[in-house]
Design a protein around this ligand. Structure first.
Ligand code: 6GU
Length: 257
């Protein structure tokens, strides 16, 4: 996969050189380039923002540097299928909310471009113009406001990058993590089995794999109904078996009944 990030703070993206994502880049599984938007300005002051038409607080990012920056990344786009446009992700609190499903979807793309806005946002005409060259997706991390898109890009690149083939040593670990089946993950324990007078749940020492699986599933359902009842509401009834429905009933949750 190829990823380009355009930002006025390229240094903000330095953590993408570390850990799993840094290793994936070194191993050639991920080609990631960060571009400084100011390199695409043409005035002496390298201006990227101006006051909003119609008035109001704050500043708006000017369209000209954005178009030049985005053109420069598409000129070298490697999308093999000429029908497939690169995807332009525009981090914004006004976007669709990022989740694991979207991470899996983006992990299938050949070329992702992230346009990090700052201030009150980017001139809307840049997004309209971009539709001709990209599949454009404004994406939010959640219902709160950051100062710019950079931190959101760190989160999204990590979430997508770890799904690329070869990035995670044991892909089985992707199967049982939170959100892979619409539920939060079950609690985990390691040695010692007794620590500061706290014992691990006895079933985990029983060697009974069916019982352990049931215990873990019940813990997933318990945690999710406690912490994220919205996820329980969104579960497909077909994703739940009889034992799941009984567990939910004992937790005071009755799905579709
Ligand atoms: Cl993606 N960007 C900004 N600026 N703020 C946010 C966000 C993104 N997601 C939540 N808040």
């Amino acid at each position: 996969m190829r990823i380009d990030v355009v930002s006025i703070f390229p240094e903000y993206l330095a953590p993408l050189e570390l850990s799993l994502i840094g290793k994936a880049r070194q191993d050639g599984l991920l080609s990631l380039q960060v571009h400084d938007l100011r390199e695409f300005t043409t005035d002496r002051h390298r201006t990227v923002d101006d006051t909003p038409y119609g008035g109001g607080a704050g500043m708006v990012m000017k369209p000209e540097p954005w178009a030049l920056a985005l053109e420069s990344v598409t000129e070298t786009s490697t999308t093999s299928d000429s029908a497939a446009l690169p995807t332009l992700i525009v981090p914004s609190p006004a976007g669709e909310v990022f989740n694991q499903k979207l991470a899996y979807e983006l992990a299938e793309e050949e070329h992702l471009v992230f346009a990090c806005g700052r201030y009150e946002g980017i001139d809307e005409r840049v997004l309209e113009w971009s539709e001709e060259h990209f599949r454009v997706r404004p994406v939010s991390l959640g219902d709160y406001v950051l100062n710019g898109g950079e931190v959101a890009v760190l989160a999204m690149v990590e979430a997508v990058g770890r799904l690329l083939p070869g990035v995670i040593g044991n892909p089985d670990s992707l199967v049982e993590e939170s959100h892979s089946d619409g539920l939060l993950e079950y609690p985990v324990y390691t040695k010692p089995s007794s620590w500061r007078e706290r014992d691990i749940p006895a079933v985990l020492l029983s060697g009974n794999h069916a019982k352990i699986a049931r215990f873990r599933r019940d813990e997933q359902l318990r945690r999710t109904s406690e912490r994220r009842p919205d996820l329980i509401d969104r579960l497909e009834i077909g994703a739940l078996n009889k034992a799941d429905l009984e567990t939910l009933h004992s937790l005071g949750v009755d799905k579709d009944q």
